[in-house]
Write a protein that binds this ligand. Sequence first.
Ligand code: ZN
Length: 466
Amino acid sequence: MVDLALDAGHGGIDPGVVGPTGLMEKECNLYIAKKCEEILKNQGVTVKQIREDDNFLNLSERVQIANDAKAKYFFSIHVNSADVDTAHGTEAYVLAKGGEGEKLAREVLDHVVEATGLADRGVKFANFVVLRDTDMPAVLLEVCFISNSAEESLLRDDDFKDKISLAICKGFLNYIGKPYKNSVNAQPINTLTPIILKPSALKDQVKQWAKNNNATPTFISLADLYWDLYSSHGEVNPVVAYAQAALETGYGKFGGKIDEGYKNPCGLKTSTARDDSPSAHIKFNTWEDGISAHLDHLALYAGASGYPKGHTKDSRHFPYLLGKVKYVEELSGNWAPAQDYGVRVLKLMFDIQETIIKENFESSTNAAGSNVNNSLVGKDGSNTDDGNNVVDIKSNLDKISNGIESLKSHYGNVYSSIDELEKFISEKDIQITKLINENSELQSKIIIYEEVIENILNIISQRIKK
Ligand SMILES: [Zn+2]
C-alpha cells in the first residue's frame, strides 16, 4: 500500500510530444515525476514511481503497477501540445464529474497556476485508460504546451520544473490533509522570480540579445540607461525592466498605440487615463525620464524600501500599488490584463540569460560612479585599470564554454532521438510486414472457407431436390 502512484507519461521509443527546438515530453515528464517523488518522500508520503527511467511501458502495464501497489491515488504527468503555437497553460483530466479525482485535480491545478503564473485551462473529463482502469482516484496532468516556444523554453529550465513539481506536491498534500512543511531535509526550491534582485544578466548580454532580435539601435542603447538608473530606483533587476520594455515596444519598433517619440518604454499612462488612446499615454522629454518612470513604477509594485517616492516621473505612482506585485509571475493581471504576461516577460529573461556575447558594445552613457561597467573592453580600449575587465572576460569565456557544452549535449540528444526514431520506424516496418503476411494468410483461408461453404450449399440443394 502506497500513498501515491506517479506515472511519468511516455518513455523509451515513445518520446511523447516534441517542442519546436526538440525538447521531448518524456524527459520533462520523468523529471517532474522524480522531483515530486523526492519532495513527497521528504514529507513522509510513500510513492510508487511507475517508470523509473527512460523505458517504454504500455498503458495497461502502468495501470497494473499502480493497482498492484494498492496506491491510494494516481497521478499521470504529461506535457501538452497543439497545432497552433499560441496554445498555452496547464490543465488536468479526470474520468468523471463530481468524483474525488475532480476535487484532487482542482486542488493541484490551483497550486500550479498560483506558483507558475501559467494560464488555468481547467479540469476536463476523458475516458483515458490510466483514468478508467486504475482502482484509485486518478488525475492526468498536462503541464504547459511544449508546442508553444515560450513554454518549451520554460520547460528546459530545471528551476521552472522544480516549481511545478513543488506546486503539484503542495496541492496533493493539502488534499490529503498533510499540508507541506518546510522541513530541514527538504531541498530549498526556488519558487518565484523576484522583481527586486541584483542584475540577473550582464548589460552586454541584454544588448546582444536585443541585437539578435533585430532591436532598433536606440533600443539597444537604452540598456545603458537601465543599468545606470536601476540602483537609484529601488534596485529593480534591470533585466526584468529591459525584457518588459522589449515586450511592450517590440524591441523598440513600437507600432502599437504610441511611437518612439513618446520615449515611454513601458506604455505608462497618465494619472487620469480612461482608455488606450495615444493621448492616454505619457510623453516624456527624455529617455532618462521615461526609464526612471518605468523603474519607479516597478519598484513601487515590488514594495522597494523608500517607496512610494515623493518625487518621481512615474505618473501612476499610486500608494495603494505598494508591494502588490513582488514577483515577475504576478505581473499577469496586474501590470497587464493578459494571463500569460508575466510568463512572457520571464521567457524573455531566460532567453537573455542564455545569450552568448559575440560583439563589443560601446556604452552611450557613462554616469560617473553610478555603476559597474560590464563592457568587455573599457571606453578607451584599455584593460589595465582595475582588473574588472579581466574578470568580465573570464566570466564571458565561462559563459561561452557553458554555451558550447549545452550545444554539444543538445546535439547529443538530437542524435540519440534520431536513433530511437529509426529504431521505432524499423520496428513498425517489421510489424507492418507481419500484418501484411497475416492478412494474406487470412485472405486465402477466407477463399478456402468460401469454397467449402459453396460445396456444402450445393450438397444441401441437391439433397432437397432429391
Ligand atoms: Zn503525453
